[in-house]
Design a protein around this ligand. Structure first.
Ligand code: C2O
Length: 566
């Protein structure tokens, strides 16, 4: 009897030691972060207009998601609005887990009014600034927010620790109801009305009517350094941003560290993020932070300037701030030289794993066009295509169709190159290259773990224009870019395969090309599209069907039980 009780003690003692050891050796950073997102309609006023907008938890911009590298994040989204909803976690890789990616009808059916869905994902191998936004219709106009991923506990930034951090989210504001404006544009076959303001953290700043009190101010202390997490959540505008009298040091783009460089102006395309360090090293004063469109095509430029204030502590609000000098709205040279400065950090701790051997070469042409339309304003409807294919939206989510082997939802026959080669960036081509007329979306099928090189070539169909392309499910390396037609013989020799920028959204220059490489190690159906909402809506999009790898560890996870039905 006594021996059995002593063995109990011994067991309990062993258990305790085991628990202590387990706690000690458990990765201290692993945690579950829970969020509740209530999609609600709220009255918000800007520019002397009040209107109901769709929000998350009544906030505009929405709440910031904070996580640490290694965390599991669970976000329960409950839809109380009259619109169908889905949310995308832009830049999160979602390894084997497209179920949590969010684009409506690509990886999930939308969350209908009154329903909920929990986005459940791990944050693996990523740290930095990303963002989330609605991924259905144009609802992301008001439904967006920041994602801040801190490095693992005890891992410092590879740059001086800032005194403080702040999110700077650039957006657009319409005085009217955005969904109505988009519907009108669609019916008439023309672009919907331009936004009425640009915004910084939801606020346009004092250069717009009734906006004095809708101005974001960041209070700073002289001599201290600040980390600004800049996000371009605008729907249709590439933006410059600068702070009067101050320089910025770029340290990260799209949640990947870069070799630091200083600049007076940042250029950022919709979908992209840029982290900069700013030292408050000027005479204490009030300085404008200003953002304005970059557009180097002679079409009506959206030339509105949103401002915020970089305000030194103790300076009264009555002081009129000085204004930064931004490049001219059509400064192509600035854009090209700025983008050339972006290089991966590429250290042993943060290596740039650029695929050196390519298994699959893709060449996609970007085209705008006008199709005949009897009921439209000009007798034509604007359209857009990749390799002459205007993507058709399905009625069933593609990931489900892929996972459950449903036939009749899509074709996996998207061509690796355009049907005919032509002088892509030569004289303007007004003739409509007849876009293919399928009723089902066409996907590009990719073998698991193959290395892909994709050249995105802008064309002068209707007009050249710069297009920020975003790939879901992956980061890619931007190995090359240039103006004019991609030269298969000469250009690859100039690729940067050492420290190219690694990102999830890249601008294809106006009348030029961009080459990206990635390893297709993430099975699933992954959307790729122009992040100008206008062009996405016109069909400038495609999806990759990446096959499963060998065995369940390299295959898509089973779908969650609460996945919304169509
Ligand atoms: Cu930020 Cu498919 O989008």
């Amino acid at each position: 009897m006594s021996s059995s009780s002593s063995s109990h003690y011994y067991l309990a003692y062993k258990c305790l030691i085991f628990i202590f050891l387990a706690i000690y050796f458990l990765p201290s950073h692993a945690a579950v972060k829970n969020y509740q997102f209530d999609i609600e309609v709220k009255n918000v006023s800007r520019l002397c207009h009040a209107k109901p907008i769709v929000t998350v938890n009544g906030m505009y911009p929405g709440p910031t998601i904070y996580a640490r590298e290694g965390d599991r994040v669970m976000i329960n989204v409950t839809n109380h609005a009259q619109y169908n909803m889905s949310i995308h976690w832009h830049g999160l890789k979602q390894y084997r887990n497209g179920w949590a990616d969010g684009p409506a009808y690509i990886t999930q059916c939308p969350i209908q009014t009154g329903n909920s869905y929990t986005y459940d994902f791990n944050v693996t191998g990523q740290r930095g600034t990303l963002w989330w936004h609605a991924h259905i219709s144009w609802l992301r106009a008001t439904v967006y927010g920041a994602i801040v991923i801190m490095p693992k506990e005890g891992t410092p930034y590879p740059f001086p620790q800032p005194h403080m951090e702040a999110n700077i989210i650039l957006g657009e504001w319409w005085n009217g109801d955005v969904e109505t404006i988009v519907k009108q544009g669609d019916q008439l076959g023309i672009p919907p009305n331009m936004s009425d303001a640009h915004t910084i953290n939801g606020k346009p700043g004092p250069l717009f009517p009734c906006s004095e009190k809708h101005t974001y101010a960041l209070e700073v202390e002289q001599g201290k350094t600040y980390l600004l997490r800049i996000i371009n959540a605008a729907l249709n505008d590439e933006l410059f941003i600068g702070i009067a009298g101050h320089t910025m040091t770029v340290v990260e783009i799209d949640a990947v560290y870069v070799k630091p460089f200083t600049t007076k102006t940042i250029l950022i395309a919709p979908g992209q993020t840029t982290n900069v360090l700013v030292r408050a090293d000027q005479i204490p004063n009030r300085y404008f932070m200003a953002t304005r469109t970059f557009m180097d095509v002679p079409i009506p430029v959206d030339n509105k300037t949103a401002t915020a204030i970089f305000q030194y502590k103790g300076i009264p609000n009555s002081v009129i701030p000085s204004f930064p000098q931004l490049p001219a709205p059509n400064d192509t040279l600035f854009a090209l030289s700025y983008n050339r400065k972006l290089r991966s950090l590429n250290t042993p701790q943060f290596p740039a794993k650029v695929p050196l051997k390519v298994d699959r070469k893709l060449f996609f042409t970007i085209g705008l066009g006008a199709n005949p339309c009897a009921t439209c304003l000009n007798g034509t409807r604007f359209t857009a295509s990749l390799n002459n294919i205007t993507f058709v939206m399905p009625k069933t989510a593609l990931l489900q169709a892929h996972y459950f082997n449903m036939s009749g939802v899509f074709h996996a026959d998207f061509p690796d190159k355009p049907p005919t080669a032509f002088n892509y960036t030569g004289a303007p081509l007004t003739a409509n290259l007849r876009t293919s007329l399928t009723t089902r979306p066409r996907l590009s099928k990719i073998a698991f773990n193959s290395t892909v090189e994709l050249v995105l070539q802008d064309t002068n169909l209707l007009s050249v224009e710069s297009h920020p392309f975003h790939l879901h499910g992956y980061n890619f390396f931007v190995v090359g870019t240039g103006v004019g037609n991609f030269d298969t013989l000469r250009d690859p020799a100039k690729f940067n395969l050492i420290d190219p920028p690694e990102r999830n959204t890249v601008g294809v220059p106006t009348g030029g090309w961009t080459a990206i490489r990635f390893r297709a190690d993430n099975p699933g159906v992954w959307f790729m599209h122009c992040h100008l909402e206008l062009h996405t809506g016109w069909g400038l999009k495609v999806a990759f069907e990446v096959e499963n790898g060998p065995g369940p560890e390299y295959s898509i996870l089973p779908p969650p039980k609460d996945l919304p039905p169509c």
